[in-house]
Design a protein. Structure first.
Length: 438
């Protein structure tokens, strides 16, 4: 859970938190690992799956989103997501990171209290600068994931505008609901260790809405849409897998046993997802493909994300196997049955896998992993927990779906969303950036 509210019992520490150098070191490493997931991991993963004429445009989408969201998060996104505010949204007390230097003394950025001044104030063992940066990497990868759904057809200017608005209007509020100590979704008992709702369902649903609003790629079903270079995609998926340890184990917000368990369950679920997709594909088509195996591993990583610090290794394998099979169904049969063009399966893997993982977290949560003095039983798998998880899933789908649609329509009216058919035929590399791969 990227929000430490589930890691630390409220009131269990002194009013002035103490920094832990081990926790800080692990969080610095985790932050770098999560950033690695977007650049170059996701960039290569997506770039290897598009056609040659769109590879550079796809790579630069991830890089540009990283630049844009870094600034947006620094200016207002972090404040809206993690300042105290109300159960619905944070305030602007950290606008332009105002006040973040309050704990700096004699060259040391000391520990801080998340939700300071509220009834759920949570002492942290790391500096706020590190926590803010760690959360920034989550805010970066989420809109970058959406790009897989509209690959090869969105205008670059529209991408930039959408990234800014979506990060502030959709991502920051949901992050506050789920991970802030005061967030209303967290208050009704829903749990999300590292982003099943905040990152994966959010990006998957936004991707589906974007694909529907933009329409299908020109020539889909008749032209050759084969990936340009699956080597890129395999390298990208491998970087995602490694970076995911920072994503999930880092969400323990400390170098501790829960981080170790989250790392173990992440590895097991990823392997299970790759195996399940490979086996299902082998029975359906006769051949296990490279693209299928790496997609299955990513599906396992997605599904274990909300559960990583709440479940044991056995359930992690079940979650991974289930994700590989279910996401294969979503990315193949469901997509073709309903007729939408989710180019690189942002919804098929992240949306579907995130929903599955969030619900199965409610089934398999092992109480002692999350037990605290304030909550001695921890979060235990039960019907009650599944219902809370389902409510969080629905809240995320509705908010994200509606707001994403509104933002896309506004951008379309203002500057247009999609390149022309002629530009799409020529390829986005030359049309949007004046460059191409020779």
């Amino acid at each position: 859970m990227s929000c430490a509210a589930l890691c630390f019992p409220v009131g269990a520490f002194a009013a002035t938190p103490a920094i832990d150098t081990g926790d800080t070191a692990w969080m610095l490493a985790s932050t770098a690992l999560v950033l690695l997931m977007t650049i170059p991991g996701l960039a290569l993963f997506y770039g290897g799956m598009v056609r040659k004429k769109n590879v550079l445009a796809t790579l630069i989408q991830s890089f540009t989103i990283c630049c844009i969201v870094t600034v947006v998060w620094m200016v207002a996104g972090y404040s809206l997501a993690f300042s105290t505010g109300t159960p619905m949204i944070g305030d602007l007390s950290r606008f332009m990171l105002s006040g973040i230097a309050a704990n700096v003394s004699k060259g040391v950025d000391a520990a801080f209290t998340l939700g300071a001044g509220s009834s759920n104030a949570t002492p942290m063992t790391i500096p706020e600068s590190v926590y803010m940066m760690f959360q920034m990497t989550f805010a970066i990868i989420t809109p970058a994931l959406i790009a897989g759904a509209f690959a090869e057809r969105m205008k670059f200017s529209a991408l930039c505008a959408f990234t800014i608005l979506w990060s502030l209007v959709v991502y920051s509020p949901i992050a506050h609901w789920v991970w802030s100590p005061l967030g209303w979704v967290a208050q009704f008992g829903a749990i999300d260790f590292a982003g099943g709702t905040v990152v994966h369902i959010n990006s998957g649903v936004a991707g589906l809405v974007t694909a529907l609003v933009l329409g299908k790629r020109r020539g889909l079903g008749s032209d050759d849409m084969s990936p340009f270079n699956l080597t890129y995609a395999i390298v990208g998926a491998s970087l995602l897998w490694v970076g995911w340890f920072g994503f999930n184990a880092g969400s323990a917000v400390g170098a501790n046993g829960r981080a170790g368990m989250a790392m173990l369950t992440t590895q097991i679920a990823a392997a299970g997802g790759g195996i399940a997709w490979m086996v299902v594909e082998r029975f359906r088509t006769g051949k296990p493909t490279a693209l299928g195996i790496i997609s299955g591993a990513v599906a396992g990583l997605v599904a274990i994300t909300p559960a990583a610090g709440f479940v044991l290794p056995g359930p992690a394998l079940v979650i991974g196997l289930a994700a590989g099979a279910v996401c294969f169904w979503s990315a193949t049969w469901l997509k073709h049955k309903l007729g939408y063009d989710d180019s690189l399966d942002a919804f098929g893997v992240h949306g579907t896998g995130g929903i599955l993982g969030a619900l199965l977290t409610g089934v398999f949560a092992f109480g002692p992993l999350s037990a605290t003095d304030a909550n001695p039983a921890g979060y235990q798998g039960s019907l009650h927990q599944v219902i809370a998880q389902a409510e969080a899933v629905m809240v995320t789908i509705v908010w994200c779906g509606l707001l994403t649609y509104v933002l896309l329509k506004l951008i379309d009216l203002a500057i247009g969303l999609r390149v022309t058919p002629e530009e799409e035929l020529e390829g986005l590399d030359m049309v949007l950036h004046g460059e191409r791969i020779n």
